[in-house]
Design a protein around this ligand. Structure first.
Ligand SMILES: *Cc1c(COP(=O)(O)O)cnc(C)c1O
Length: 421
């Protein structure tokens, strides 16, 4: 049972219907229809006894009694805007709990620190977002935590063999699907089986899925056995290239230890960013659906263009291929991320990027405006040329995040730029 009105006559309402009201009461704020920005670092206690009670609950000395509110103390612990945005974001993934962070990297790093311990092995999919790759490959080993990596084509038995060869306790499985920038899909259910096989009554191995590319609209990892969902909310959830934020979602019992680390490390988000996220969540579905529809049209255009060698788009996987079967099982839509190989290698890709007039040349993704970049020399330049080639990040590959412009105009721009490539 939700503590907020989320149904009419017993019928549950859709998340998009709840984004404008859920978790907020106008009577808290002079009847304001929209939540104000609670721009405050600290909160006044009604009396000393109440302040002491808020601390007992915040420090885990006791659980809140029935109907007892989690009192507001200090904005590193909690804040009304942050809590409302968390309650709303949780609805999309059907998650019990959500914690917002100052960035996607803050969410990922805080989660790994909360659950991994020296001597552990962490199983990670490949390729990974550059920051996550650096964290697992270069930083965690300095704390005695070793990564074991696997790609989308790696069979379950081979992942198990690599874990056995690595030795040590499996601390966590962390995957990113679809992978950036190739759109390779990782099988979440298979990863959940691996996590379960390595779990003991004393130690549950958690499966965390970075759902930034398709979620929360087009992929629901919790439905496929994931324990935690991670986001860079900077991307589709924020959606306007005007904020940096991250999120972790899952059962309250698993999110709470991460929230405790968030309080200690100070990786929380701020009231204004949370307020911007509430604004963004109201249009999340219309934005993502429209962007995905346009991406389908653009991907078809690119695939038919003589200067384009190959297009990676989830809506164009070949019928009957293992990746297409997995797509059918795991995804609810193709999203709006495309990568494509331009003839002429890096020079061809640069000529195309330099000729674009409507699409902006920038990293990041998921925004209202279309963005294009060159993975091999930009977002994925930390990996070696061999690693990139093996992962399909070729010199001619361009990544395109399709925005809300008219698809005809995007095609017009891409067409004139391809002429020059
Ligand atoms: C951008 C991104 C991140 C990092 O998020 P920030 O908000 O930039 O810290 C993590 N994972 C994926 C898949 C991303 O695209």
């Amino acid at each position: 049972m939700s503590k907020w009105k989320d149904r009419i006559g017993g019928k549950p309402l859709h998340p998009e219907s709840l984004m404008m009201s859920y978790g907020y009461k106008p009577e808290w704020s002079e009847g304001a229809a929209k939540s104000p920005i609670f721009q405050t670092s600290t909160f006044v206690f009604p009396d000393a006894e109440a302040g002491a009670a808020f601390f007992e609950i915040a420090t885990g000395k006791r659980d809140p009694g029935a109907g007892e509110p989690r009192g507001l103390i200090y904005s590193r612990l909690n804040n009304p805007d942050v809590e409302i945005a968390e309650d709303r974001l949780a609805l999309w993934d059907g998650a019990e709990d959500c914690a917002l962070f100052g960035s996607g990297m803050a969410a990922i790093a805080t989660t790994l620190l909360a659950y991994l311990r020296p001597g552990d092995v962490v199983a990670v999919s490949h390729p990974l977002y550059g920051g996550t790759h650096h964290l697992t490959e270069s930083v965690l080993p300095q704390f005695g935590i070793r990564p074991v990596t696997f790609g989308c084509a790696c069979p379950e038995e081979e992942i198990e063999a690599r874990l056995a060869a690595a030795g040590g306790r499996l601390g966590m499985v962390l995957v990113e699907t679809p992978a950036n920038p190739t759109n390779d899909l990782i099988d979440i259910a298979c990863c959940a089986r691996i996590a379960a096989r390595h779990s003991t009554p004393e130690h549950k191995v958690l499966l965390a899925v970075d759902n930034t590319f398709l979620g929360p609209l087009f992929q629901r990892p919790l439905d496929h056995g994931a324990d935690l969902v991670l986001y860079s909310a900077t991307k589709y959830i924020g959606g306007h290239s005007d904020l940096i934020a991250g999120a972790v979602l899952g059962p309250a019992s698993l999110v709470e230890p991460i929230r405790k680390f968030r309080t200690l490390l100070g990786t929380q988000t701020d009231p204004y960013t949370a307020w911007l996220l509430m604004r963004s969540l109201e249009t999340l579905k219309v934005r993502m659906e429209r962007q995905a529809a346009s991406a389908g049209v653009v991907a078809d255009y690119l695939a038919a263009h003589p200067k384009v060698e190959r297009v990676n788009y989830l809506g164009r996987l070949s019928e009957g291929s293992p990746q297409h079967d997995l797509y059918r099982r795991q995804c609810l839509g193709s999203g709006a991320m495309i990568s494509f190989e331009v003839k002429g290698g890096v020079e061809g890709a640069y000529r195309l990027l330099n000729a674009l007039q409507l699409v902006k040349l920038a990293v990041s993704l998921g925004s209202t405006e279309s963005l294009a970049e060159h993975p091999a020399t930009m977002t994925h330049s930390e990996a070696t040329a061999e690693e990139n080639l093996a992962a399909g990040v070729t010199p001619g590959l361009v990544r395109l995040s399709v925005g809300l412009e008219h698809p005809d105009d995007l095609i017009l721009d891409l067409g004139q730029a391809l002429e020059k490539a």
